[in-house]
Design a protein. Structure first.
Length: 65
């Protein structure tokens, strides 16, 4: 997977995980996930995976130059 793709997927994962986390924390209401602590954990895991992909992609693109 190219570094650019890793960065894009990482950013999307961070955004989606953040939304899930905030819905689980009842900050973003209006969903069946609202107030369910399970989604806080899932959101944090997705954010962490997104950060790993993002940092991996940025690191690989810097080494290429």
């Amino acid at each position: 997977m190219s570094p650019r793709v890793r960065v894009i997927i990482g950013l999307v994962a961070i955004f989606v995980g953040g939304v899930w986390m905030f819905q689980g924390l009842n900050v973003l209401p209006g969903s069946v996930m609202t107030g369910d602590s399970k989604w806080v954990v899932i959101g944090l895991a997705v954010v962490a995976a997104g950060l790993v992909l993002l940092l991996n992609g940025v690191g690989k693109s810097r080494k290429k130059k």
